[in-house]
Design a protein around this ligand. Structure first.
Ligand code: GRG
Length: 333
């Protein structure tokens, strides 16, 4: 068992001790961090628009339901999936395929499928039984706009649709099967779902850096990693390229989460499109809490550098992936 896996429950105020070697913020110090934080220095930063229109129209096509799908359920699925997300994961699928010499069009079903899994996870995460949120992608969350039962069914429907699209639209069948297995593993109990379960269990408890990373590797990192691997698989990439993109995805997912924690403390609600300061209110240990703001920023930058370095075997073909990684390290939404 990891040294910090034995979690000590606390409901009477929390005082994470953190990992060795850094000055750590306590719960009270976090209040001070809020005051210390400057406003975002990147008011107009947008994700690089790789294949934006191609992704949006594929998502729209994927949710053009027949009459057997009840009208309100169809509306709710479209409301959540077509909401203005950054589409990072689908972009990673398409760019990974191209970086390995494949065609973006051929990878489109995998791009749509991973965005559906991501969108379902956001809808379920926002439910009262989980993170209990009322704002997502700048709009009322699914259960606020519709109702809880509809939000649960939206997630269920998106999950099933994701695998239907992968299995029926990806060619050849052998690569479709590999992608189904990759996505199922990344979305399953040892990755996304398990990370979410451990994240909920860790509320108002002290966990250390190792445990925090284990949660985020599964809850956030697995879908990044899987997006890149699916792109490589669809392009029939050689093992060294598949491995390079896997390592890139692992560093990138980690960087993404460190920045996500920083945005929760220091972002602007309107830009981020969800309620901020949630981590503190729900008693969650975060990177800024364990490491402080400066060290968290330094780590995020270091992780983006490591991610870019992992792309070396792909040469210039990986330039758009490097650009997306840079954006993820500096994003303000
Ligand atoms: C319900 C099984 C299950 C899992 C939920 C997604 C998730 C796991 C939790 C959401 C809370 C959270 C802060 C997750 C980590 C970071 C994350 C996934 C942020 C949202 O991703 P973005 O920024 O979102 O790519 P957009 O809206 O741009 O697509």
């Amino acid at each position: 068992m990891a040294p910090d896996a034995g979690i000590e429950g606390r409901t009477d105020g929390w005082r994470p001790q953190g990992a060795a070697g850094h000055q750590h913020a306590t719960g009270r110090q976090l209040d001070e961090l809020y005051i210390e934080m400057p406003a975002s220095d990147a008011p107009s930063r947008l994700p690089p628009a790789h294949y934006t229109e191609m992704i949006e129209s594929a998502l729209r096509r994927a949710v053009a339901f027949d009459a057997a799908c009840p009208a309100q359920l169809a509306e709710a699925i479209r409301y959540c999936l077509l909401a203005p997300g950054k589409r990072l994961r689908p972009q990673l699928v398409l760019l990974a395929a191209e970086a390995c010499g494949g065609h973006a069009e051929a990878a489109l079903p995998a791009a749509v499928a991973v965005e559906m899994i991501h969108a379902y996870s956001l809808v379920h995460d926002d439910l009262p039984a989980m993170d209990d949120d009322d704002l997502r992608r700048g709009r009322p969350t699914c259960h606020k706009q519709f109702d809880e039962a509809t939000a649960i069914l939206v997630g269920d429907g998106l999950q099933a649709l994701a695998f239907e699209i992968l299995a029926s639209q990806l060619q050849p069948a052998e690569r479709a099967a590999r992608c189904c297995a990759e996505l199922a593993r990344a979305a399953g109990p040892s990755a996304l779902v398990g990370g979410q379960a451990d994240d909920l269990a860790a509320e108002f408890r002290h966990i250390g850096l190792e445990r925090l990373q284990s949660i985020h590797r599964r809850k956030t990192g697995a879908l990044f990693r899987c997006s890149l691997r699916m792109g490589a698989i669809i392009a029939n990439a050689a093992q060294d390229r598949l491995q390079a993109l896997t390592t890139f995805g692992e560093h990138l997912g980690h960087a993404f989460q460190v920045v996500d924690d920083l945005l929760d403390v220091a972002g602007e609600e309107q830009r981020v499109g969800k309620r901020l300061n949630k981590d503190r209110r729900r008693g969650k240990v975060t990177y800024p809490l364990l490491l402080g703001l400066e060290e968290s920023r330094r780590r995020a930058a270091e992780l983006v550098d490591s991610a870019s370095a992992a792309l070396e075997p792909l040469g210039a073909a990986a330039a758009p992936l490097r650009e997306l990684a840079e954006y993820i390290g500096r994003r303000s939404r």
